[in-house]
Design a protein. Structure first.
Length: 199
């Protein structure tokens, strides 16, 4: 568990389960090297792809109709129409994949804000004494279920009061409270987010 960020854990509620934690896997099979999988994993927004593709196709069509056609201009403007249409199509596929992925996630459990506030207070008090700790250390000290601790840590991280960071020496995710000088800053980035910002 300590080798996984808290976002990779979800509470499994269906079927009257006791709150076992499961890792959410991608719903579609992994495809390596094809254009569609590259587009779906890229940071390009699907709406921008569709608008840009349609715009490029319309410009190519307009120029093709307005200018005299030669072999070179027909190839150029035809290529603009084809490429723009392809980009718009891929943007539509990416939007469809995002909608399907959102539907595939299990619904988040509803926890009373009062309960979350009390849990957060207890985690905060314990972490302030300890400094930092792994998921397992917090769960063992507080004697909570894993599901309750995941919900609490996610809530605190979203609220920007908890830092989640990868300890490079141990390879484990550790949690600490935001320091007074960091108040109001965003919670620490996940490893995937750090990698995305580095490119």
């Amino acid at each position: 568990m300590a080798h996984r960020p808290v976002e990779e854990l979800r509470v499994h509620i269906a079927g009257g389960s006791t709150g076992a934690l499961v890792r959410v896997e991608a719903s579609r099979p992994a495809r390596k090297g094809d254009l569609r999988s590259w587009v779906e994993e890229s940071s390009l927004p699907p709406g921008g792809m569709m608008l840009g593709g349609v715009g490029l196709a319309l410009v190519g069509l307009g120029l093709g109709l307005a200018l005299p056609l030669t072999m070179g201009t027909a190839t150029l403007f035809g290529g603009m129409v084809t490429f723009g249409g392809g980009v718009a199509f891929l943007g539509g596929l990416k939007r469809k994949a995002q909608v399907e992925a959102a539907k595939a996630l299990p619904p988040a459990p509803t926890v009373s804000p009062v309960v979350l506030a009390e849990r957060s207070r207890r985690v905060r008090d314990w972490l302030q004494e300890r400094g930092q700790a792994t998921f397992e250390e917090i769960a063992q000290a507080l004697r909570w279920t894993e599901a309750a601790l995941v919900e609490t840590l996610l809530h605190m991280k979203d609220a920007g009061v908890l830092e989640e960071d990868l300890d490079l020496d141990s390879g484990q995710w550790v949690y600490r409270m935001q320091t007074a000088t960091d108040t109001g800053t965003a919670a620490s980035l996940m490893l995937s987010e750090r990698g995305a910002r580095g490119h």
